[in-house]
Design a binder for this molecule. Structure first.
Ligand code: PSU
Ligand code: MN
Length: 291
């Protein structure tokens, strides 16, 4: 029904970017999607209810990290029943945004970076991969971040049957940088080509989601050495401070932002905007091909 709607996540607002850049970015992404001819739906849980289309006041509360009821927690798939039963306010990750989007008939979702298999000794794999394996939503992202184990993340996507499309690229992008050395399954250069593959995937009854990966715009990409050293330092700080579980991704992002100053933030904002624009084009292409 909301065939030209584009879902947006709220974890990047509540736990991924500093205030007030987060609220500015959230509203900017919505404007970009509208300018592209689609309807933005920023997702979250409000008083335990799944919402696809937070209003400006709710986005402001999420950006500040609390509502009049309490803190805005980060909810992944395992948390949905808990959040609902207890009437909590929660930001949605890629995984839970896919779940909320699908519940409201939204097929296209724009985000920044995908969660995946973390590096290191502890076994830590994001439920974003579980969601991609089981929820039929098309996710536009800038790849998985190099804080992760990218080769393992790439392998898991294959095992889980998730098509990985490079939008104007032959390699899976690495979020802050444009290449990873890892191949995509198919390259598309137009939204119509993406729409064709998604339609075929769905019409053939496949239940998995699909990843459409677009590299960060070249003029905002981070220098690869700067990205690598910031990531290495962040991982070391996480290990020293024994940061684990759902706190790990936000901690690493904070550390990298602190180490690279505005550069990583600029890259993050540029790729989010780029992905929102592409997602709107794909949503519009899907609407035309559905007729
Ligand atoms: N990548 C980013 N910024 C983010 C995230 C990922 O560049 O804010 C968030 C997304 O919401 C993603 C989540 O779904 O982190 C993954 O967290 P975890 O590894 O705990 O599943
Ligand atoms: Mn985890």
């Amino acid at each position: 029904m909301h065939i030209s709607a584009v879902a947006l996540e709220s974890t990047v607002i509540a736990h991924g970017l500093p205030y007030p850049r987060n609220v500015e970015t959230a509203l900017r992404l919505e404007a970009i999607i509208r300018a592209g001819g689609a309807t933005p739906r920023t997702c979250g849980f409000v008083a335990g209810e799944p919402v696809a289309g937070l209003d400006a006041g709710q986005i402001e509360q999420f950006a500040r990290g609390h509502t009049p009821r309490g803190p805005v927690i980060k909810a992944s798939l395992r948390d949905i029943g808990i959040v609902a039963a207890r009437g909590l306010d929660a930001a949605t990750t890629v995984a839970t945004t896919m779940w909320v989007a699908h519940r409201y008939g939204i097929e296209v979702f724009a985000t920044g970076g995908l969660g995946g298999v973390h590096r290191g000794e502890d076994f830590d794999e994001s439920a974003d991969l579980t969601a991609l394996a089981t929820i039929p939503v098309l996710v536009v992202c800038a790849g998985a971040k190099a804080i992760l184990d990218l080769p393992r993340t790439r392998e898991r996507l294959e095992t889980l049957g998730v098509p990985v499309i490079g939008f104007g690229c032959d390699e899976l992008p690495a979020f802050y940088t444009r290449t990873s050395g890892l191949a995509v399954d198919a390259r598309c250069d137009t939204p119509a080509q993406v729409a064709d593959i998604w339609r075929a995937h769905r019409q053939l009854g496949l239940r998995a989601g699909m990843l459409v990966a677009a590299p960060v715009p070249a003029d905002h990409a981070l220098d690869a050495d700067l990205a690598d050293s910031a990531i290495a330092a962040a991982l070391q700080a996480a290990a020293q401070n024994r940061i684990r579980g759902k706190a790990l991704t936000p901690f690493l992002l904070d550390q990298i932002a602190a180490a690279t100053g505005e550069a990583s933030l600029r890259a993050n904002l540029a790729l989010l905007q780029n992905n929102a624009a592409i997602a709107a084009q794909i949503a519009v292409a899907l609407r035309s091909s559905a007729a």
